[in-house]
Design a protein around this ligand. Structure first.
Ligand code: NAD
Length: 469
């Protein structure tokens, strides 16, 4: 009996096919296309959050020891804000956009109609497990799609909370959560979807893209990479380090896709910068950061071991200038700064995604641009400077998913900016109207009447008609 029950609980290719079939039926009924349905679902997401804030914070605490304030600001508020923007703008977004026509089609009018794609799949990651799951779902719903969400198994408390609440608050004939790991995701990926949005690492991004290619399904890949921070001299170092520390250790203890991954500064500026980091880190996290309640833990022992490997590589281990303490039992690593690690070290070649921050030094700050350009295009690139010329050069000559001058990570919160990578850091973008567009097809429609039926385009192509060309 127990075995039978277990069998029925397995989510395999067959279950995935039947789920997609059910959602296609709902989508085919047209219900998800109506403005009213979209608004109702978006309002229900806000209600779901408002009625369960404490449970959300607790799930994030269980998964990551995420500090309460961080959970409020970067998971709960940001998800609610995405919903709020969609609710406020939806009518406007859904409205067909007038387009100009040319003399060739005179008389005519044209418009661009946004239509939902159909049934879409969202696969999310563990580091911001609430936001990264619901933010794309909000875009998919706003655009009128049916949607399946597959949260990360690495943040199981948030995954199960999402499964429970989505079923309770949202229309389960069109919006569903499938929990699970590789087998479940693989079963989902065998199906034909109308779009897949995947958030996570590039290795799995390739698996997702290959699976999607079989069905010619378009993908958005929200990946990561090594996001550099260039620090010029003659700047307000106190403000700069506060903003770097907030974007690194104040964001899930470095486990954020746009967290500063490494710093480049001049050799002469490095000692002043390290002193400023020392003051700021102590001010924020105290003398014993392993005891700080304001730092998330490393998500699990695999990631802890991965970070230890970066830190313990022979050529790197003597380079720690700040921090370095670890507590394996509680999966905590103190904010750690390293100076002048070799370019061929693991820490300079893998995305760190944790509390370690190497500083690379150069002769002139301009030399930093070549270092960045010689690597894969990052998801974010940061520059701290007062020099307008340097700023202009940075923006025009460096390719990155997004950029921020004189701060870190905050560009993510500006919903009028597209959020996404370029090259190895991802493809496609979302947030605000870009989320609506990401899950819409832009259908060009030309309207003509029976007037102005110019005969010149019809055969027979007489010499007179040809002379008109
Ligand atoms: P993860 O381990 O949670 O994996 C992401 C998703 O992929 C999960 O839902 C997981 O079940 C699924 N998955 C894992 N292996 C799979 C397989 N073999 N086949 C199919 N699906 C599979 O998250 P992660 O990859 O460790 O996340 C960290 C990475 O994500 C970092 O590189 C980070 O920069 C990036 N990231 C990017 C963004 C962004 O918005 N661009 C946001 C967060 C994280």
């Amino acid at each position: 009996m127990a075995e039978e029950e277990e069998k029925t609980n397995i989510f395999d290719v067959e279950s995935a096919a039947s789920l997609v079939k059910d959602l296609r039926k709902s989508f085919g009924s047209g219900k998800t296309k109506s403005y009213e349905w979209r608004v109702q679902q978006l309002k229900s997401i806000i209600k779901m959050i408002d009625e369960n804030e404490e449970d959300i914070v607790e799930a994030l605490r269980l998964d990551l020891s995420k500090p309460q304030l961080e959970s409020f600001v970067s998971e709960i508020s940001m998800t609610k804000s995405a919903c709020g923007v969609a609710l406020k703008e939806l009518k406007h977004w859904m409205k067909p956009e007038k387009a100009k026509t040319s003399i060739t089609t005179f008389p005519s009018s044209a418009e661009i109609v946004s239509e939902p794609l159909g049934v879409v799949l969202i696969i999310s990651a563990w580091n911001y497990p609430f936001l990264l799951s619901l933010d794309p779902v909000i875009g998919a719903i706003a655009a009128g799609n049916a949607v399946v969400l597959k949260p990360s198994e690495i943040s199981p408390a948030t995954s199960s909370l999402l499964a429970k609440f989505v079923e309770k608050y949202l229309d389960s004939s069109a919006i569903r959560v499938v929990e699970g790991a590789v087998p479940e995701t693989s079963a989902l990926l065998e199906q034909k979807w109308d779009k897949i949005l995947y958030t996570g690492n590039g290795r799995v991004g390739r698996i997702v893209m290959a699976a999607a290619a079989k069905h010619l399904t378009p993908v958005i890949l929200e990946l990561g990479g090594k996001s550099p921070v260039v620090v010029d001299s003659n700047i307000n170092l106190k403000v700069a380090t506060r903003r770097i520390v907030a974007g690194k250790w104040g964001c899930n203890n470095g486990q954020a896709c746009i967290a500063p991954d490494y710093i480049i500064t001049t050799e002469s500026n490095a000692p002043k910068l390290i002193d400023a980091f020392k003051c700021t880190l102590e001010e924020f996290f105290g003398k014993d950061p392993l005891e700080s309640k304001d730092l998330s833990r490393v998500v699990n022992s695999n990631h802890f071991a991965r970070l230890e490997k970066l830190l313990d590589e022979d050529k790197v281990s003597g380079k720690i200038v700040l921090g370095g303490q670890r507590d394996k039992t509680h999966l905590k690593i103190a904010p750690t700064i390293l100076l002048d690690v070799p370019e061929d070290s693991l820490i300079m070649n893998e995305e760190i995604f944790g509390p370690l921050l190497p500083i690379v030094t150069v002769d002139k700050v301009e030399d930093s641009f070549d270092i960045i350009r010689s690597r894969s295009k990052p998801l974010a690139a940061y520059l701290f400077t007062n020099d307008k010329k340097l700023e202009k050069e940075f923006v025009s000559s460096i390719s990155a998913g997004g950029m921020l001058i004189n701060d870190t990570v905050l560009h993510l919160a500006v919903n009028t900016l597209p959020f996404g990578g370029v090259g190895e850091s991802g493809t496609g973008s979302y947030h605000g109207k870009f989320s609506f567009d990401a899950f819409s097809h832009k259908k060009g429609v030309l309207y003509r009447s029976f007037l102005g039926d110019a005969s010149a385009r019809y055969p027979p192509y007489t010499p007179r008609k040809q002379s008109l060309l």
